[in-house]
Design a binder for this molecule. Sequence first.
Ligand code: FE2
Length: 384
Amino acid sequence: MIEAAGQLLSPPFVDAHFHMDATLSHGLPRVNASGTLLEGIALWGELKPRLTQEALVERALRYCDWAVAKGLLAIRSHVDVRRPVAGCRGAAACARAGEAVPRSAARGLPAGRAAALAQRAGQPEARAGQGVDVVGGIPHFERTSEQGAESVKILCELAAERGLRVDMHCDESDDPASRHIETLAFHTQRLGLHGRVTGSHLTSMHSMDNYYVSKLLPLMREAGVHAVANPLINITLQGRHDGYPKRRGMTRVPELLAAGINVGFGHDCVMDPWYSLGSADMLEVAAMGLHVAQMTSRTQMLQCFEAVTVNGARILGLDEYGLDVGKPADFVLLQASDPIEAIRLRATVLLVVRRGQVLACAAPAQAVMSLPGRPVTVDWRLQR
Ligand code: FE2
């Protein structure tokens, strides 16, 4: 028997975009002094030769503990599969972390989905079947835009051939000429991959010409391409070359939603070479997305909650997700009256249940007061 009166019952949080192989490595071997994407990439290059599979698995498991305690029970992790070093294969290690957790009934599992993050087309081929069930790529990091377009073609064909999903880091740039999302939508349509393909980041759309975007959005809708924005990371990494005014960089979330395109929010990074903050709290992600996109109407604030729950589940293809009769008993109980209050308060996750089993619980957040004539306790909820 669970007493839930007055609290918000929600399906678990879903993170549609994360990097499990890099998480909790902050400070190894040094911190990112500039905070830029490029120094983060250089730092990751310094860190990779020092990684061991055991340390990577341990950090991933520790992050899963944080995630479970926050009610985050499904994560799509991108994994760097370029050039394994020191005997450490990121994909295999993340798969091992994913496998290890469910065997321990006490810990529960963020249902992992790994996307092979390959620069230079074709490399994910070697990883499919090693815990990788999504084909990734970074077309805008290829040497020319033609090579980027070719990588999108090859990787989509690989996914079609293997019956896999696709999720690419796509156009994570302030360059409005970075238009690989157009190519991704084209090949999704051509190969009949509707509903199985995701464009992650899409930050160049922030800077694109409005007329071009008016052509692009219907193409994405027609192809059934999902979009992922990563608000915490986009707002800190994009616009770094700007003076003032300084671009926000996050993709056009309200416009994508209005065009009928499914949009999820991802955490992307927590305490790694690119981002030194974060705590697996998808309500923090939703709150940042809401602010950056100025999604302040009630409808839009609810959409931000959906971006870290049901929309992410659609991206990951979680068929059993939701609170409907007949679905598995997976849910979280939040100290909030509704999703908007949950975002406003970054609500305490009171209870986390997976397959009917309690995985985590927490005491309600409140302060004890000593002010004459005022209430003894405060919990920041608006009493009506
Ligand atoms: Fe990413």
